[in-house]
Design a protein around this ligand. Structure first.
Ligand code: PEP
Ligand code: MN
Length: 346
């Protein structure tokens, strides 16, 4: 997808519209100096018309053969809006899928701490059926005095883990100065909660040729999350996975308050896949499984979970990491709910 502006109108044709009908609408729009973005789905074909609203109003769009509806876009988010794509977006990395009927099981340590710790975790999660390996190389820590990540050395270790297990790598990009290295290694680029509204970073990954896992900010509304995704999509990258990871509320019994209602809302509002991070929301390992099950049941397209061979020795987020020895049992419990929802681990 090339960099584009945002559509003002959606022109909806039936699922049985012919290529000639679609081409005809596109040709009329282009003649009038309006760009068209065509999304073909099973039920409908949607053409986003990108151009001046007043100029668009002069075109007899409703009268063109095959056109069923012409809808103005009223919401602030456009490219990520459900209306723009009739079918759910499926994100694929190295043959693993997230979205529609494919549930992503992303697992791995909070931080890449050593070669041994990362490879041991990668093997354990691969054996347990995980679909992607997570691991932080650059860590956004609240305290500047705590472990900040191994940086570039960690990227090298992640590449080795991928080579051995075949699992695609999900790792966080924090600093625009590391775009090249992180984008080269990552199969999915994570944007963390604290950078969720770092608009320069969002535009940067919008120009990358890799999918983006965008976490909800600690204090972001659903609309702010969707607008953050819009920043990425506007630059031409519409391979985005949204992630609910808990928000700040008055409640202190969990580390953050997991907003499962937001997952249900997002599934209505956007065609993008939505996953849940039960680990950071819970902050303690005994709650990770119930929250993960609930995520699958509410309709999430996947989860991202932290696991470590020896959580008590972890350099970050020890209390919430599941021991790798327990990960297979955890995965089996989540898979049971995934199956009930009519989905498969992707
Ligand atoms: C993480 O995934 O390790 C992380 C730091 O998550 P978040 O940005 O959601 O806090
Ligand atoms: Mn963490």
């Amino acid at each position: 997808m090339a960099a584009i502006g945002s559509p003002e109108l959606l022109i909806v044709l039936g699922g049985d519209a012919t290529s000639a009908e679609i081409d005809h609408v596109v040709a009329r729009l282009e003649e009038a100096g309006v760009d068209a973005r065509v999304t073909r789905g099973r039920e409908a074909t949607v053409i986003g018309a990108i151009g001046d609203r007043e100029l668009l109003a002069t075109l007899p769009l409703e009268g063109y053969p095959g056109v069923e509806q012409v809808l103005p876009i009223l919401k602030p988010y456009r490219l990520v809006a459900r209306e723009l794509a009739p079918d759910p977006t499926v994100i694929e990395a190295r043959g693993r899928r997230i979205g529609d009927s494919s549930f992503g099981l992303i697992a791995g340590p909070c931080s890449v701490e050593s070669r041994e710790q990362t490879l041991a975790t990668a093997r354990a999660v691969a054996d347990a059926g995980a679909t992607m390996l997570r691991g932080g190389a650059f860590k956004p820590r609240t305290s500047p005095y705590t472990f900040q990540g191994l940086g570039l050395e960690a990227l090298e270790i992640l590449r080795e883990a991928r080579e051995e297990t075949g699992l695609p790598i999900v790792t966080e990009l924090m600093d625009p100065r590391h775009v090249e290295e992180v984008v080269e290694t990552a199969d999915v680029i994570q944007i963390g909660a604290r950078n969720s509204q770092n608009f320069l970073l969002l535009s940067e990954v919008g120009r990358a040729e890799k999918p983006v896992l965008l976490k909800r900010g600690l204090s972001s509304s659903v609309e702010e999350l969707l607008m953050a995704a819009e920043y990425v999509a506007k630059e031409g990258n519409d391979r985005i996975i949204l992630c609910e990871r808990g928000i700040k509320t008055f409640e202190t019994s969990t580390r953050f308050t997991l907003d499962l209602g937001a997952v249900a809302v997002l599934k209505n509002e956007t065609h993008l896949p939505v996953i849940v991070d039960p680990s950071h929301a819970a902050g303690r390992r005994d709650l990770v499984l119930p929250l993960a099950r609930a995520a699958a049941a509410v309709g999430a397209d996947g989860i991202i979970v932290e696991t470590h061979p020896q959580p008590e020795e972890a350099l970050s987020d020890g209390p919430q990491q599941i021991p790798t020895s327990e990960f297979a049992a955890f995965a089996a419990e989540v898979t049971a709910i995934v199956s009930l929802m009519g989905k498969e681990i992707g």
